[in-house]
Every structure is written in structure tokens, then in C-alpha cells.
Design a protein around this ligand. Sequence first.
Ligand code: PLP
Length: 401
Amino acid sequence: GSVFEHVEQAPEDPILGVTVAYNKDPSPIKVNLGVGAYRTEEGKPVILNVVRKAEERLLADRSRYKEYLPITGLADFNKLSAKLIFGKESPALLEKRVATAQCLSGTGSLRVGAEFLAKHYFQRLVFLPAPTWGNHHKIFSNGGLTVKTYRYYDPRTRGLDYQGMVEDIRAAPSGSLILLHACAHNPTGVDPTPEQWEGLRQLIRNKRHLPFFDSAYQGFASGSLDLDALAVRSFVADGGELLVAQSFAKNMGLYGERVGSLSIVCKKEAIATHVESQLKLVIRPMYSNPPIHGASIVATILGDSELYAEWTIELKAMANRIISMRHQLHSAIQARGTPGDWTHILKQIGMFSFTGLNREQVAFMTKEYHIYMTSDGRISMAGLSSKTVPHLADAIHAAVT
Ligand code: PLP
């Protein structure tokens, strides 16, 4: 007998499992709208031109080796990544009171942040929006924190339940960790307005909660890197403390390179130095140090004004294609006279649309139309193209009528 006889088959990941099912489907008309990865009009993944250029430069540079990075990663990358989210003139950066560590994309940055907090922060409660990216729950509980939720999405309005959000954050014990999506909330595509952000900032600071921003889509929501960083920057501007997990998976198309960073904004430089030293103690026994290639690409692009400018154009083109898919899908649904109000498809922001389709409708669309999406009705707008929009609109029409 095997010593692993008792090991049970685990369920597929609710998001990545969609792709597993998609890959098994032989149908030529199948569409994968499950995973949040950008696709071209032809339905193909892309490498940004600017990424290719950076890689060519790296390859041509014979002074570069594949040596281990320091525990907290590539120093240049860390500086440039923090500058990207906080802004060039950020007082926190000028005052050197930010500890930044290169981590394994957004997920790894959140995980390292969670474990650091579990070790060094007095409050173990972390409040996540309901709903949120499914992985958040496990990242934070595996990191040693106790997960609770705050109201976020109102299915009746398909918009933000601002009142509920405020009530729940107000009722949370003082010092609670509040996870916030910096922009382009996943899965709902619903973000607070600038006025609502200001209300939330005041509430969170008054309650002495500690905000933890997840920034996985900077530049993908509005097409502007600065606009998508405004919420984070408003919390830095008030002088208070916070954490930010950044990912370059989506905005540079570096999904598989696993490049991201965790920044902890502190009150003083000396504190940030201590915090950084403790981050090393979290990271070293976890994976020792992060990979070099992706971080070198990002540092090359962010550190070169020409490449940076080119990147912003390519990024905006991706954001615009997604926005154009929203318009095309909305028009196609309207053209079919599908019952219901579908304006939320236009209003929602970022990579996803939270369609409002229920589990049964999703199952129907997968079975009859070979459209793959998560069972909560979330579709990746980035996986759609002009060619697949009519098919999706047909499926939605059939599912709701
Ligand atoms: N946070 C959110 C809200 C996400 O949607 C994602 C990816 O889908 C991530 C974090 C982390 O992605 P990665 O670890 O690939 O950077």
C-alpha cells in the first residue's frame, strides 16, 4: 500500500480550473473568458514590443549573469516599482520611509505581506471585500491572518454598496487590516468614485485601520498609470501607513515571469529599515530570493524614458481594446433585444465584467455554447474579440430568455 493512499483528489482551482475544462473541449467554437489574461483580436497571447526590446538589451549585455538576487530582489526594480505606484514626487519616497521587496508577482507580494503582518502587527483581522478575487481568502489565511469580509457589491444595482462598505469598515475593530483593490476591482469591475475614496480614507484613518492595497491592474483600468494610482496616492499623501502589493503580470504582460513587489509605507526611515530587515526573515525560508529575469525587464523599461513612453502607449492600446469590447458586447446584446439592463457592462472597469449571470446560466452557456467563464458570472473582457462577441451575445440571450 502507498503511504499516500488516504490523499483525496482536490477540487480544481475555481479560476484556473476553467482553463483546464476549456482545454479539454474539442469544439472549434469554444471561447475562454475565465482567466484574466490579455488576448489580441485574434485571441492570441502577446509579448509587448517594449518587453522584447528590453529582453534584447538584456541578452546583448555580456556583463549580466544569472546570479542570485538579494533576498529582497533587484534594488533598481524596487525603486522604480515604488515610484510607479507612489509617483515621482511622493513624500514617502523622498523621505525614504518605504520598505520595498521584489516578490513573486502580486500573489507572492500579498502572501509575504500577510506573513509579515501576522508576525509583527498587533491586529490579526483582515477584512476583504465581498466578493473578491478568490485567492485572497487563502493567501491571507495561509499567511496567518483571520479573514473577514466587508460588504462591497450590490447585486441589485450591480454597483458599489458604499453604505454597506462604510458600515462594515466602521464596525471593524480598531486597527483592522482593510484589503482594498487599488483599481479595477476583481471580479466586479466596480470601483469607488474619487469622493467615495475620500470618505473611505477618512473613515479608515479615523478608525486607525491599516490599509493593504492590491494593485494588480495599474494602467489597465483607465489606460493611465497615474489615474489608476490615485486611491493609493491619496492614502500616502495623508502621511499614514499602508501596504501595497504590485503586480506586473497584466500591465506588462509578464504573467509567467512572476514579477511584483510589496511596499510598506512607514512613518520614518529608521522604521522602514527595520521593516525591510524583517521582510528578509519572512522571505529567506520561503523561497530564498526572487527570480531575476522579469524584474530586469521591468527595471529596464521603467528606467529608460524612451521605453517607458513606448510602454504607456502599448498599455493604453490594451486598455482601449478592452473598453471597445465592452461597447461591442453591449451593442450586440441590445441588438438582440435581450431583456434586462446591461449598462453595467459599459460602466464596469478593468479586465472583467461581472455580468449578473447566475451559476445555472453560466453552466448552460458552457454546455450549449462552449463559453468558459467562472461560475460567478465573471467574464474576462480581455479574452473577447470582435469575432467572438456575437457568439457570446447569442449565448447570453439564450441563457436569460
Ligand atoms: N490580485 C488580484 C485582484 C488579481 O486579480 C490577481 C490576478 O488575477 C492578482 C492579485 C495576482 O496576480 P499575479 O500573482 O499573477 O500577479
